[in-house]
Design a protein around this ligand. Structure first.
Ligand SMILES: O=C(O)CCC(=O)CC(=O)O
Length: 269
């Protein structure tokens, strides 16, 4: 287990594989999850890449830090971690709020980013009203009070079968996140709108979405892909908001093909 002190917050991270001449791939998790959601993708990529995983502040084993949070605070934590690890020119893959952190990182520190994989995310997610309602409910009644509704957008009905033990495990992951970190990240989501910044992204980018994503549906993700010059767009079948859990094999294939394209200019997906 590895921990670093970045911007006065304890950040929990993991590195798999030494960089050497391998490309560095950074993964950023979504709201209410920690970096274990990437496990089934990582095991398919390890060996070919140096992989950096971390829990954003307020999630997993990372600390809470100063409230309130902005998307720029989250991105600054990641920049600090990559500086500490002497990583530059990484391929950065973010899921949902992780994708907004990736976009913010690119704005703050373009030297750290050589390509973007924006997974089940957008230039803007939700409305001020929807986030304020969620914040009020979670502050009053806890994360468990909204868990069933959240899990419906995270996963397809096939995954949500009661006998699927993984489903129960991911429910535990959600309801065990710290309320303060969850709520502060909801506020950062509420306040982030990267529509103008998206038009200025000048690195190879792919926008990926699960066909049954109830949080950032395909039409929203496509609208973001259309803002980003030359961005690719790919739909993962039979997946909700978290394809790295539900369809890791298909997602890994799309990631590999995109990296191949971004690295060699070959025809991607
Ligand atoms: O998943 C995220 O990072 C934010 C989008 C969202 O609201 C999904 C959820 O309901 O947990």
């Amino acid at each position: 287990m590895q921990f670093a002190r970045i911007n006065d917050v304890t950040i929990h991270y993991q590195i798999i594989g030494a960089a050497g001449d391998k490309p560095v791939l950074v993964f950023i998790n979504s709201l209410g999850t920690d970096f274990r959601i990437w496990r089934d993708v990582i095991v398919r990529l390890a060996g070919d890449f140096a992989i950096v995983l971390y829990d954003k502040r307020g999630h997993g084993l990372s600390g809470l830090g100063q409230m309130p949070y902005t998307m720029e605070d989250h991105a600054s934590d990641l920049a600090g971690l990559l500086d500490l690890l002497a990583v530059k020119n990484a391929i950065v893959c973010g899921l949902s709020v992780g994708g907004l952190i990736a976009q913010s990182l690119y704005r703050q520190r373009p030297d750290l980013v050589r390509a973007l994989i924006l997974c089940d995310t957008a230039h803007k997610i939700g409305t001020v009203e929807s986030w304020n309602n969620r914040i009020a409910k979670v502050e009053a009644e806890g994360i468990e009070s909204i868990a069933d509704g959240i899990l419906e957008v995270w996963f397809t009905p096939a995954f949500r079968r009661p006998e699927n033990t993984a489903f129960g495990g991911y429910r535990n992951m959600l309801i065990r996140q710290p309320v303060e970190g969850y709520v502060a990240t909801c506020a950062a989501l509420r306040d982030a709108d990267f529509a103008e910044a998206a038009k200025k992204i000048a690195v190879p980018t792919i926008c990926i979405v699960g066909d049954q994503d109830g949080s950032t549906p395909p039409e929203l993700v496509l609208s973001t892909a259309k803002l980003i010059p030359n961005a690719r767009y790919e739909v993962i079948k039979d997946a909700g908001h978290i394809p790295c859990v539900e369809q890791p094999e298909a997602l890994t294939a799309v990631i590999r093909a995109f990296i191949d394209f971004a690295s060699h200019g070959e025809k991607g997906p």
